[in-house]
Design a protein around this ligand. Structure first.
Ligand code: C2E
Ligand code: MG
Ligand code: MG
Length: 712
């Protein structure tokens, strides 16, 4: 085995060097011997053995593969060797095995060795395993990438969300099928356009700001944060979307991927669910549970801000006959018509619900803080709603008329349970039905009626002045000897239907509404005219006239001016005018009050404290205020003849007035016994039925004339 090696080495020294140092594995194959006869170190490295081991084996030891039989390999070697011997350059890529069993892929070249005896072939093996594997990997990688790209495209094309990518300038780069479906544009219509084409006008500037900010700061504001927004369809239609944007950094500038979902349908579905849960499907009005929520919220709101609310239950009269005669379809139409009209009438002032069948409930949550006024407003609402039901209803070309019975409950915010309020309104509705249809009743009928009467009275009262129904009566005020020294002007209302209405009935109502100011102006003008007239007559010139001033009138900033105007215009002597103020009039800041009274005193009028003892009876008033007279209330003298306690009180009041320098008058003196007891208490001035009822000016003049005659 060593002979051929040495022969080759001896004969081919330079070639031997090239052979040994060659980087490729080189072997010499002796076809006749059927084995290698020479090998270089590179071959030993490639086949993972020593040169000697290589020379001891045949080529089939390395040319073996799992799939091929030994004979098959031998045949292949034979065949390729023969081709090489016949002068061909044989080259092929083969998978070989090292002696350690590792697979290597080699580019194999076979060349016949010339100039040597025997049939020798030089075989070179270049290991291309790594290159091949890289190629395979590259190939496989490309295939995978291509597969992935196909896969991604399929996803992009088939997702329900619109996927729109844009570059850093906001220019659209890709637009998937769903985007076309959602926005109405084909991809080729929008690619290269600015993203703002997909947004409503109002959103465009905002979007531009977000993009610029992100590019400048890289601080995400909308990036990576899903949000609800609006998109614009090619047709111009604006629709709700859910949008999430991702930024992809590349070459220093971001590009954007937007995922957009059209949520119109989701919104509609949600609205439908809400409608089912809170709305009546026939009329589209609120249902019972929505109404309960609304009442609850209304009660809570009123607890905070005060005020009143009104709950009405309305039931259509004889609705069954509509269903029976015209059919259920028409019945449904009628319910819709009534419901729509209620809703139109109530608008923002409350809520209309259908409770079921032909029963509706109406909540009005904005009535005033004053209970009486709230009842009046509630009556107006009931009447308005009743009229709406009575109005003609157009049912598929047929005109139909119907009425309703209503029950109303007025409530303030004091923890009422909605169910309880509905029960009250329902009870009142059944009462209305029982009494007479086409009418309404309040749960608290007495209160409601009082409020209604008051409203009617006030209405009439406003007409009383222009109609000349108001007059003044004069009740004499007398001294200890019964001589008339003055009178109190007391208003009277002579109503054509109501008859004589007492001021005790209408003054408080006029006061609540503020109308008392107008009445007060009239009274002062009348009183001043009367004083001016008395001034011109010697029998009356010394008479004083007391005029009652209500709290509202007194607080009117124009009060002092209007009084001085009345005095000036009439020519009355201010010293003969006495203003009667009650303690309620004086219930304002004491310093401010003292100032106002001082101004009044400067006009020359005198001041009397009316109904003394019925209010706070604060001694502070008497000490601090520039009063002239104290008028002891009738309640102290009604029983003074029998009641020792009253007598003591009156005596005390008289003593106190003396000390304070105030005059005293007692009102409501009806009997001689009372007068005597009052005289004993030190009273010197009286007013009451005993010494004269309120009378006309003429009667008073006549009375004065008789007094004078009697005195003579
Ligand atoms: P007042 O100022 O305390 O008037 C006294 C009331 O007692 C008057 O009732 C008078 O008619 C009544 N009276 C007088 N003597 C007797 C008596 O011996 N027995 C009984 N039982 N009653 C007697 P009137 O006229 O019904 O007035 C009631 C109240 O209406 C007045 O109480 C006053 O507060 C108010 N008022 C009357 N006229 C006016 C007015 O012009 N302006 C204002 N703001 N209030 C007025
Ligand atoms: Mg009075
Ligand atoms: Mg009085």
């Amino acid at each position: 085995m060593s002979a051929p090696v040495s022969r080759a080495r001896q004969g081919l020294t330079f070639e031997r060097f090239l052979f040994d140092e060659a980087p490729d594995a080189l072997l010499v194959y002796d076809v006749e011997l059927g084995r290698f006869i020479d090998a270089n170190p590179a071959a030993a490295r490639l086949f993972e053995c020593s040169i000697e081991e290589l020379l001891a084996i045949g080529p089939e030891a390395i040319h073996r593969d799992d799939d091929e039989t030994v004979d098959g390999v031998r045949m292949l070697i034979q065949e390729t060797s023969n081709r090489a011997l016949s002068g061909h350059h044989v080259m092929h890529e083969l998978w070989l095995r090292t002696l350690k069993g590792n697979r290597r892929c080699c580019e194999t070249r076979l060349v016949r060795l010339k100039g040597v005896s025997g049939r020798l072939i030089r075989v070179s093996y270049i290991d291309v395993t790594d290159r091949l594997q890289a190629q395979i990997a590259l190939h496989e990688g490309k295939a995978v990438l291509a597969e992935m790209a196909k896969h991604s495209q399929a996803i992009v094309d088939n997702v329900l969300e619109a996927i729109v990518t844009a570059d850093a300038d906001g220019k659209i780069r890709s637009f998937n099928r769903a985007a076309t479906k959602i926005f109405g544009y084909r991809a080729d219509e929008v690619i290269g356009q600015n993203l703002s084409i997909l947004m409503p006008q109002a959103e465009q500037a905002r979007h531009q700001r977000h993009m610029s900010r992100y590019e400048a700061t890289r601080r995400p504001h909308v990036i990576g944060v899903g949000r609800e927004d609006f998109g614009r369809h090619k047709s111009g239609r604006v629709f709700p979307i859910f949008l999430s944007v991702a930024a992809i950094e590349g070459e220093g500038r971001p590009s954007y991927v937007g995922l957009i979902r059209d949520i119109s349908q989701a919104r509609d579905a949600q609205a439908r669910i809400e409608r089912l849960a809170f709305f009546d499907s026939l009329t589209g009005l609120s249902n019972r549970s929505a109404l309960m929520d609304r009442i609850q919220a209304c009660v809570a709101a009123m607890e905070q801000r005060g005020g009143h609310a009104l709950l009405i239950c309305a039931d259509l009269d004889q609705f069954k006959s509509v269903n029976n005669t015209l059919g259920h379809g028409t019945g449904d139409q009628l319910l819709r018509s009534v419901g729509a009209k209620f809703a139109q009438c109530v608008e923002q002032d409350g809520c209309v619900a259908r409770l079921g069948g032909d029963e509706f409930a109406i909540l009005i949550d904005r009535l005033g803080p004053d209970a009486e006024l709230a009842y009046q407003q509630a009556s107006v609402w009931c009447q308005r709603l009743m009229q709406i039901v009575r109005d003609r209803h157009d049912l598929m070309g047929h005109e139909y008329r119907i009425s309703a019975s209503m029950g109303a409950a007025v409530f303030g915010g004091s923890g009422h349970a909605p169910e309880e309020l509905l029960r009250r309104a329902d009870m009142a509705m059944h009462q209305a039905k029982a009494e007479s249809r086409d009418t309404y009743r309040f749960f608290d009928q007495a209160l409601a009626e009082a409020a209604r009467d008051k409203a009617a009275l006030l209405n009439d009262l406003r007409l009383a002045l222009p109609r000349g129904e108001l007059v003044l009566a004069y009740q004499p005020q007398v001294d200890h000897a019964g001589r008339v020294h003055g009178a109190e002007a007391l208003i009277r209302w002579k109503h054509a239907v109501r008859g004589l209405v007492s001021p005790g009935e209408f003054i408080p109502i006029a006061e609540q509404s503020g109308f008392v100011i107008e009445i007060g102006h009239w009274v002062l003008r009348q009183a001043c005219d009367m004083l001016a007239r008395w001034r011109r007559d010697s029998s009356t010139e010394k008479l004083s006239l007391a005029v009652n001033i209500s709290a509202t009138e007194f607080r009117d900033p124009d009060f002092v001016a209007s009084l001085s105007r009345a005095l000036a215009v009439s020519g009355a002597d201010p010293r003969r005018l006495k203003l009667e103020l009650t303690e309620s009039v004086l219930a304002v800041d004491l310093a401010e009050l003292a100032h106002k009274l001082t101004v009044l005193k400067q006009l020359g009028v005198s001041l009397s404290l009316d109904d003394f003892g019925t209010g706070y009876s604060s001694i502070a008033y008497l000490r601090e205020l520039p009063l002239d007279q104290l008028k002891i209330d009738r309640s102290f003298i009604v029983d003074i003849a029998n009641n020792r306690r009253d007598e003591v009180l009156v005596r005390g009041m008289v003593e106190m007035c003396k000390l304070l320098g105030l005059s005293v008058i007692v009102e409501g003196v009806e009997t001689e016994a009372q007068r005597e007891r009052l005289l004993a208490c030190g009273c010197r001035s009286f007013q009451g039925y005993l010494t004269g009822r309120p009378m006309s000016a003429d009667d008073l003049r006549a009375r004065l004339a008789t007094d004078t005659c009697e005195a003579a």
